[in-house]
Design a protein around this ligand. Structure first.
Ligand code: C5P
Length: 225
């Protein structure tokens, strides 16, 4: 079967404050270059959704399209840009992608139609008081039992994900990931063990962490060649 890696990279990076996030460098390589390189070997084609007016950095083995106003719209456009049977969706903002996770997500997506990398929630979860200032903890605690923090890559039968996007658009639903759109149709999404290093670079603190990890990660990758 044909497989496409679809990379939404059209975010503005407003929480990071360093310009369009996919172009931010970590250890000498942009977040986008790291994501493309990590997925390239597993798929037949790579397509990236970029911010309007920006070009693909030189040297990347990928095609690009113009992204949308929301992540969901960027993914929807990416889905229209490929004819592959299986699609692997991966946030450009997650630069460290273990090959075992990619393989496990692809295997589960091929078998079940939909799969996502995810980690069991390790922290205690609390709700902030609805009308209190930030930091005011509400009396109500949510059990972390059975809760998972969803990451990418996520893998899907393309026809299935297209249908999930079509129905979400029709219902006016905006979700932060694609597995959620499939799940709301009542279909099951396989949970595949993710990796702590698949964290999303969102805040300046995450960027500092990514810059500290990059040399270690790169030496591991070189060693495994
Ligand atoms: O904003 P957030 O960190 O959740 O974005 C996740 C991924 O979606 C990022 O890689 C970002 O570039 C991408 N995105 C996009 N189009 C948008 C907004 C976000 O491709 N309009």
């Amino acid at each position: 079967v044909s497989i496409a890696a679809l990379i939404p990279a059209a975010g503005s990076g407003s929480r990071l404050g360093q310009g369009p996030k996919a172009y931010v460098e970590v250890g000498g390589l942009s977040l986008l270059a790291r994501s493309v390189a990590a997925l390239r070997a597993h798929v037949d084609e790579v397509i990236v959704a970029l911010p309007d007016g920006l070009a693909l950095p030189p040297g990347l083995s990928a095609r690009c399209i113009c992204g949308g106003v929301t992540r969901q719209e960027s993914v929807s456009r990416l889905l229209d840009a490929t004819a592959a049977e299986i699609v692997l969706i991966h946030d450009a903002a997650r630069p460290f992608v273990p090959p075992e996770v990619v393989q496990a997500v692809l295997a589960a997506a091929t078998q079940h139609g939909a799969a996502t990398a995810a980690l069991p929630v390790a922290d205690t979860l609390v709700a902030q008081h609805p009308d209190g200032e930030r930091g005011a903890l509400w009396g109500q605690l949510t059990s972390r039992e059975g809760l998972w923090a969803v990451q990418t890559p996520q893998g899907f039968d393309r026809a299935l994900l297209l249908e999930a996007h079509r129905q979400a658009a029709q219902a006016g639903i905006q979700a932060t990931d694609d597995a959620g759109l499939v799940a709301r149709l009542g279909l099951s999404v396989a949970l595949v063990p993710g990796d702590a290093r698949l964290f999303k670079v969102t805040t300046p603190g995450d960027l500092a962490l990514a810059r500290a990890l990059a040399p270690v990660w790169d030496s591991l990758v070189l060693e495994s060649r």
